[in-house]
Design a protein. Structure first.
Length: 351
């Protein structure tokens, strides 16, 4: 079982170049602890989980009530939004934000990931832990590994054939490609079962199959085959788009550590590679708290409702140290991310 992503905080104790990598972070950590911002918010999460479950049940009930009609496709929109809420709960469980009990946290993650979304909890958690430990590091962060998209000029220079065309146009293709993300996550989750030990493979595999069976069974039972396929395509596309809208602003276009010599401590490694999004309660809800990306990366186990409370402390500490603190509006965050993708592909457009 992968270690909770909160464990990346331990990396702040490492030494880099003879200087404590945690020397800049330690005072901020003490302040945050003194304010009680790392304490659990069990009642808050209980309300969120219960509310999300009731909302999912309401949409499913509505789908059954509408029956075999094209009007049923309208319900794909709220269902996609609620699937994103479910993913955010699974994300928080993986970071041990909801509970310090590893067994209960894993159960919450399995229910909200494997069972409700068809998204493998262990696969995501292992991948996400590596991202948090080394954000935007081309050799260590799986989120910026060269795949369909690339994030550095070095990666772009190695592209050939179709992938070369994708890189040339990746800024334009980014959001259209997110429409496939909902399905891609399921494919990765099933593939990852081969990596897991037998017992975990059995549990996670059974829950993934249960999700597919229940999802397909519901649609086929309520809708005609054509409408069922249309509903699934629309729902999964919107779900992927929502996740793309939530994750795109966080790191794309921010600093990327030098693969040959990353001498940043924990604070700089997390702050310089992350971007916050300004906004109020609606932004917090829509992005699942990921708009406080800097605070989340500094304190992965901090409960979601405490991130906004930690933000003034983190901003002031960065100002005192002279460390840039990136914060922008939602639309501008997408503009910055797409500009970076466009610039990475620029050399391939001029050859």
């Amino acid at each position: 079982m992968p270690q909770p992503a909160a464990a990346v905080l331990d990396g702040s104790r490492a030494r880099t170049g003879g200087t404590s990598a945690g020397s800049e972070f330690a005072p901020l950590l003490r302040t945050v602890k003194d304010r009680g911002l790392l304490g659990r918010r069990n009642a808050w999460y209980a309300r969120v989980i219960a509310g999300n479950a009731l909302a999912l049940a309401a949409v499913v009930t509505g789908l059954v009530a509408v029956g075999d009609s094209w009007w049923a496709l309208l319900l794909a929109v709220p269902l996609a939004v609620l699937f994103a809420r479910t993913a955010f709960i699974g994300h928080d469980a993986g970071h041990a934000q909801i509970t310090g009990d590893k067994g209960l946290g894993r159960l919450i993650g399995l229910v909200h990931g494997n069972l409700l979304l068809g998204l493998g909890y262990s696969w995501w958690n292992a991948k996400h832990n590596r991202h948090h430990a080394n954000p935007n590091h081309v050799d260590k962060d799986p989120d910026v590994a060269a795949d369909v998209l690339v994030f550095s000029s070095g990666q772009a220079g190695q592209r050939r054939g179709l992938r070369r065309w994708l890189t040339r146009n990746q800024a334009w293709l980014f959001f259209p490609l997110t429409l496939l993300e909902g399905v891609a996550l399921k494919v990765h989750s099933f593939r990852d079962l081969r990596r897991q030990p037998p017992r975990a493979r059995l549990v996670e595999g059974a829950l993934l199959v249960a999700h597919v069976a229940a999802y397909a069974g519901l649609l086929i039972t309520v809708l005609s085959p054509g409408r069922a396929l249309a509903f699934a395509a629309l729902h999964q596309a919107l779900f992927g788009l929502h996740l793309g809208l939530a994750f795109a602003p966080n790191h794309k276009g921010m600093e990327m550590p030098d693969p040959d010599g990353d001498h940043w401590g924990h604070l700089r490694r997390q702050v310089l590679t992350s971007r916050n999004i300004r906004g109020g309660a609606l932004t917090d809800w829509f992005l699942g708290g990921l708009n406080y990306q800097i605070e989340h990366h500094l304190f992965p186990s901090m409960p979601r409702p405490h991130l906004r409370l930690a933000q003034p402390l983190v901003r002031a500490h960065c100002r005192e140290l002279g460390v840039p603190y990136a914060e922008t509006g939602l639309v501008d965050s997408y503009r910055q991310a797409l500009r970076h993708l466009h610039e990475v592909g620029e050399p391939l457009r001029t050859r």
